[in-house]
Design a protein around this ligand. Structure first.
Ligand SMILES: [Zn+2]
Length: 427
């Protein structure tokens, strides 16, 4: 059992409220002490937190981590050109080895920028699980499900077989750091019977689900043409909404969709930068929040972002809405901070994560800030000048002063680059 205490640190809660000059004790995996005076009990290590800010880590609520291999691979292209001429041909040649190194590269970037947990949707999931276990980060790993062959049912798909293997071995593994999710890619890449069967599998094993919904107007309208219902309506009809669900994007939602999402307590993972870069549009976050829908934040993949930096994503989310609504009071810093931390943790089913409080998992980030009159929150969120000094997951320091404690970053970069070039050159 290891223990550590942050001395005289400013604590910034997930609600954006600051508490200066605190002592925060971590023992084993949990936060065990927060107070204005030093605790009586002893800790193995002391970290001087004077002039620094301690927060909970970010939860990246939607990404495809191994696509970090494809960062910068296809820029300024129309969505379908990008998908069919760059992304899909590359993915057709992916290997489990490439997914492993690509996942590690993405995880390193997230740890360096203060993310302690992420929700992923991809394939070769065992490789991502290995990368997560090795690094020490947390993740809900969703096996992406798609089907373009009318003759195949869900149980015929490789995704079904892979899920059946993954669930008993890895769901809840590493003391709950790894969770397996069921992740139909989208309405337009599956069918209602596949969605229904996927939801049944999730219900049987008590798993969370992830799905892309109404990312583009074209996708949204095509679904209405096919089924006489919106994508959210199809999810309701097939039982997907009845499961704990994270909906990625939600750029084109109707009032009825928002009511359904709120009624079923689904979370929308807002991915503003990817939606902008792919020219998809901007999700109406104030409307979602007015309807009572939980909103978390995701980066989507490094292929369409091109970063996995949650601070940048939160800032983009806040500034976009203020500008669009012509109202600087919209999506205040405290609200957007909560979306990137506690709401994200809850979307993953991690009730004991996403807060700096006694009894919670010690998923913590220590920031170096230079606050004069403003708040540490606005320094981190709006200025972008605060630096991550340390990232800890479940009480274990994984990144500190530019050094990864569990990862060989030089080797990861070298191997990821080798894999990407090999795939690109393969016929
Ligand atoms: Zn996505």
């Amino acid at each position: 059992m290891t223990s550590l205490i942050f001395n005289r640190v400013t604590v910034l809660g997930s609600d954006g409220v600051c508490r200066p000059d605190c002592y925060v004790g971590v023992r084993d995996r949990h936060i065990v002490y927060i107070g204005d005076i030093p605790p009586v009990e002893r800790f193995d290590e002391e970290i001087d937190g004077f002039g620094k800010v301690l927060t909970t880590g970010f939860v990246n609520a939607h990404t495809h981590i191994a696509k970090t291999l494809m960062r910068g691979y296809g820029e300024d292209m129309l969505l379908n050109d990008w998908l069919f001429h760059r992304i899909f041909p590359f993915e057709d040649k992916l290997t489990s080895e490439a997914v492993y190194w690509g996942s590690l590269l993405g995880i390193a970037e997230m740890l360096k920028t203060g993310t302690t947990s992420f929700s992923d949707m991809y394939f070769f999931c065992e490789s991502t699980v290995r990368a997560v276990a090795q690094s020490g980060i947390k993740a809900n790993i969703g096996r992406g499900i798609s089907c373009f062959d009318e003759s195949l049912r869900f149980s015929d798909l490789p995704a079904y077989r892979e899920l059946c293997e993954l669930i008993p071995i890895y769901h809840g593994a590493n003391d709950g750091r790894v969770c397996i999710d069921v992740a139909p890619h989208a309405e337009y890449t599956t069918r209602p019977d596949i969605l229904y069967d996927a939801a049944q599998l999730a219900a049987k094993h008590n798993l969370h689900m992830q799905v892309h919904v109404s990312e583009t107007e074209e996708e949204h309208l095509a679904c209405v043409g096919r089924h006489g219902k919106t994508p959210t309506g199809v999810l309701a009809e097939t039982g997907v909404l009845a499961q704990p669900l994270t909906v990625a994007h939600g750029v084109y939602l109707t009032d009825g969709d928002r009511e359904l999402l709120a009624e079923h307590r689904a979370t929308v993972a807002h991915c503003p930068k990817s939606n902008l870069k792919l020219g998809s549009g901007v999700a109406d976050i104030p409307a979602l929040q007015r309807a009572g829908v939980a909103v978390a934040i995701g980066t989507d993949s490094a292929a369409s972002n091109n970063a996995l930096n949650m601070v940048e994503e939160l800032r983009m989310a806040a500034l976009l809405q203020k500008g669009l609504q012509r109202d600087p009071t919209v999506l205040p810093a405290e609200t957007v901070w909560q979306t990137g931390t506690r709401v994200g943790a809850l979307s993953q089913g991690r009730k004991d994560c996403g807060e700096v409080a006694v009894g919670y998992r010690a998923d913590l980030v220590l920031w170096d800030t230079e606050v004069l009159l403003g708040s540490p929150l606005s320094e981190i969120l709006y200025s972008g000048t605060a630096k991550v000094v340390l990232t800890m997951v479940d009480g274990k320091v994984l990144y500190r002063n530019g050094v990864f404690t569990t990862l060989d970053i030089e080797k990861i970069y070298h191997e990821a680059k080798r894999c990407a070039i090999e795939i690109e050159n393969r016929k």
